[in-house]
Design a protein around this ligand. Sequence first.
Ligand code: 26W
Length: 828
Amino acid sequence: MPDHLHPTHPLALAPVAAPPSTVDGFVREFLLNLNSGRGVTLSNASATDKYFALAHTVRDYLMARWLEDLRRQREVQDKGVAYLSAEYLLGRQLDNNLLASGLSEIAEEALAACGIDLDVLRQQEVEPGLGNGGLGRLAACFIDSLATMGVPNVGYGIRYEYGIFRQTFVDGQQAEQPDAWLSLGSPWEFAHPEGAQTIAFGGHTETYDDEGVPRSRWIPAWNVQAVPYNYMVPGYQNGRVNTLRLWSAVATNSFDLRVFNSGDYEEAVRAQTYAENISKVLYPEDSTPQGKELRLQQQYFFVAASIRDVFDVMLPADFELTNLPERIIFQLNDTHPVIAVPEFMRVLVDEKKMDWDAAWAVTQQCFAYTCHTLLPEALEVWPVELLGRLLPRHLEIIYRINEDFLVAVREKFGDDEMRIRDMSIIGEHPVRSVRMAYLATVAGAKVNGVAELHSQLLRDKVLPDFNEFYPGKFINVTNGVTPRRFVRLSNPSLSGLITDALGTGWVTDLERLRELEAYAEDPEFRTQFAEVKAANKRLLSDVLRERDGFEVSDGHMLDVMVKRLHEYKRQMLKVLHIVTTYEGIISGRVAVGDVQPRTFIFGAKAAPGYVMAKRIIHLINAVGSVVNNDPRVEGKLKVLFPPNYNVTLAERVIPAADLSEQISLAGKEASGTGNMKFALNGALTIGTDDGANVEIRELVGDDNFFLFGMSEPEVESLWAKGYKPSSFYNADSGLRRSLDLIAAGAFSGGDRSMFEPIVSNLLYDDRFMVLADYSAYIGAQAKVDAAYADQDAWTRSAILNVARCGYFSSDRSMRDYIERIWHTAPSF
Ligand code: 26W
């Protein structure tokens, strides 16, 4: 060991080698982390100590790869992807990092040697719930795939101190508790306060003469510090580790001693609390923006820090700015990070003094936008009053972008004022606002939807003018899910069966599942497959008994609907099916013997301010408590609604499911990703032709999918004709009896008022046409019962679902983004 390590010395440059991947090596590293990391010995270590020591040990094995990757990425200067997302629904990290580093077995053995049950430590991990639902989980799947494919990528986001709320039920009603996921700290994060960025807000702008060149500058009023926290994103057993960089807000001067000494203690720390608020909590809405100023502060905070980070860390100081499109592409995960566009322009024009047009040309090649919704109310708009007050220079830049854009629109479409007004980034009604989806579309090199149908509707219905103005800009990239977490990790028994048949390659090449088609014809394989499903049901039963005191009955079909609670997803259709089946039995109309025993499992959080959604949750629990305690349907029907549905529960429920409910009104669900996870785990889908259901049905075949309901064009034409939900009520006795049962208070102790708002909404409004699709749905459910009676045929169909859904790997989605949008290549 030289007495002085020169910075270029190999030991200074290259990271210290990882510990030996042996049981002994692991035990040594673990005990070291227990002693030196937690300051305890094995004998007096708590479960939390052991979990943290384990996590630190896994980190130690991944660290060498991570540091090596960071060094090589800086060295080779390949084009990288900066994924900007306000949400990352990561799920628990321990098992995924053990799997990625190939240490699962060694860790299990090493801990057993220390008398520790790995499963006990697993339970210690608090899931980082830094997302609401589909969009956040998709971001997590995508960064996993990019690391596994060796694509240089940094995921940028916000390190919320409080993630998505914890849901409990009080008398069947949703109650929210704060998600203090950091109360014990997180062993997977690395704080880098030295890398803090100063993020400015408020103030005003001024123009000045810069040696004859008129320039503008921003004079902000206040600022905060953005402190980066790095999280490892390990590739699957490929020695690669990418980075997730989440920003946390702290006050620039956290404590004002002068004010403190004057005795105004509140005032002394006001700046700190105010600043910290920015990354305090995730907004729990996943469809209707509240337009709160703090939300815009959050959005600007993380994108400004991320752009600064790219310039300071990723690019050499003297980097030629016009080459930026060869070095970086920013993918905008919905409209939430779009304020990045004027921020990028501000940095290029105001700070780096680039010419406006040259800067705009670069900007239009460095950004791309993914839209994740079809609901008009979910498209964010920011009043110019608020945006101008918080980010005065950015509003000026947006106005300039819009001016130039409308000039081009006028050139192409002539003086069509109507169209000009409709395409303007600035909307006038109800208040003068910036339409963020329009800004993203004008600035983005590409705009993509997340399923074929969704992308078609974006082109034809949501942004038709822009599609006409920008030929070729609108493309599709169908969503995907990572097979590492949602098959290999969450369904080890199915993975074992597949690997026995096909070898291990499928985990990173999911289309290989296609080779399972032949096995669907093999009775022995079908038996093993059915046993895997039965075993997963038993596992789920143990989890739900332990977690919520629920009993999952053997021999029941598990009919599962897990997703955010939203009227367009139509949990109410599922409720009507349960009530119809229940009413049929208690009325004697249906012989109880003919009913296929079913357990209906729900999982769903409602945005706290979404009243109707919370009412529907109450109704589901009310129906459940009546059905589950009615001896007339004992052993036949059961409704289970475990609270606090999250990634960890999904990993238990999905492998156990027989039937996957994907029943949104056609044209409303952008894609769905749960639908893909269920199909890949051998559940059959009952669904409408909506989102990615269409592509799942096309791949698995109509015989292996229970399609029902109106198509999107049929929905449009019924709507255009004037939809009268009550006419369906009058025409369908089964529907009438079910709705009447709810209205009569059968599930509310005779209190007719409790669920009256739900019933009257369906009868007189029913925006998502639950009543119109009811009879088709009930018909399809009868087909499901008939099909399930032939277990062997059902299993064959389930195997074909698995075999034909390799396309829905997020690795394939990433390949599409690379080929169609990013044009990056897996480097070194
Ligand atoms: C500002 C409020 C807000 C917050 C989140 C509006 C909209 C969102 C997300 C876009 C909602 C979301 O999660 N969308 C879901 O994205 C998934 C991933 O692409 C799709 O599979 C789902 O169909 C879509 O609902």
